[in-house]
Design a binder for this molecule. Sequence first.
Ligand SMILES: Nc1ncnc2c1ncn2[C@@H]1O[C@H](COP(=O)(O)OP(=O)(O)OP(=O)(O)O)[C@@H](O)[C@H]1O
Ligand SMILES: [Mg+2]
Length: 384
Amino acid sequence: MLAPERFGICAAGTKSGKTMGCVIWAVLKAWGKRKRVGWFAPSYSQAKIGYNLLKEMVPAHLRRANDAELVVYLPVGSEFHFKTAEKPALIYGAAYDLFVIDEASRIREAAWHAIRSTITQTKAPGKIIANAKGKANWFFRSWRLANEGRPGWSCHRISTVANPYVDPLEVAEARRDLPERKFLELYEAEFFADAQSIFGDISCRIDKDIMGMPKRGRAYVIGADLGKHGDPSVCIVCDIESGQMVSMAIFPLGLPWDQARKRIARIATTYNDAFILVDSTGVGDPVLDEMKDMSVRVEGYKFTNETKDNLISALMKDVETGQISWGDWPTLSEEMQDFQATRLPGGAWRYAAPEGAHDDTVIALGLANWARRDRKTKGSLLYV
Ligand SMILES: Nc1ncnc2c1ncn2[C@@H]1O[C@H](COP(=O)(O)OP(=O)(O)OP(=O)(O)O)[C@@H](O)[C@H]1O
Ligand SMILES: [Mg+2]
């Protein structure tokens, strides 16, 4: 807390004494001087926590306080202004000689920009403190910059047990009650990535010349992801030998199953009697059964957490090593770029598009790739 750098970025466990520590730091800095202190919290009620702590700490005869405005006046002329950062636009305009941002990981980046403007002329020092809360926020970015040694920035991590006023047995019990990742985040101030894009920059995998009609003598596979709740069905055709995706069809939303089946079968016939691997999870199961009665070669792939992991891991590896490539198809490229792995509390990964986005083309490519691998290595198609 007393680090001399202008900005102190502190990730700390819950009840580690963050708020109290910052009140003490600011009082030490402002005592007997004429300093304007800006204290920012995510909400009015959280700003009031700091305000009340300061009032409790300084004997009543040594300070004046304005409960309506959340301002505390200390001897000689220092003023502490406790503010909510809910509306960043209202932060602009003031100027402070010291600042504290409490619960910074719960404050929007726009508020940090506004606060930064209030300390520019004064070159005020300050403390930015918070619980760790994922990596996709300005607090983590600032903490990392400080950690990398940015001049004038100091970086700290404090765990809850560092506070002698917290019972270590209580912390041990919380460890038993909470998922490990949650515990490490809340009590040890460890940062975890919320989700990460897994295919990285895929632009180099796009091969503009490969979309095309079936060639005589080539063997193909088809990956078919069936649309379920408002998603379209998607069919992707791949050349087994070269790993090139040669065609993609996105069916209209709400296309009846019997028509979807016929279209998939027609594509298979067109591409030299291509082998079809179809998503047979849930409603896909009867569709698979009915396709088996048609004159096509088809197998099913049932999704569970484990089989999805297998399918996506194989796709990741083959994209990385150039075993599979695809045409300049914006929908697929976008979905590949968006596709994310999210760490679950138990440590497993969950693969999916971010909320509101689709991943049907990624799954169809994954299925085509799975079928292609199998045809290539074993000469037959395993199904799960
Ligand atoms: N220096 C100190 N002297 C006395 N008590 C302290 C001190 N630091 C912390 N405490 C005690 O620990 C409690 C937690 O401190 P504080 O509220 O500052 O933690 P915090 O990390 O801000 O917690 P939260 O995660 O809830 O925001 C305080 O209510 C106080 O009782
Ligand atoms: Mg606090």
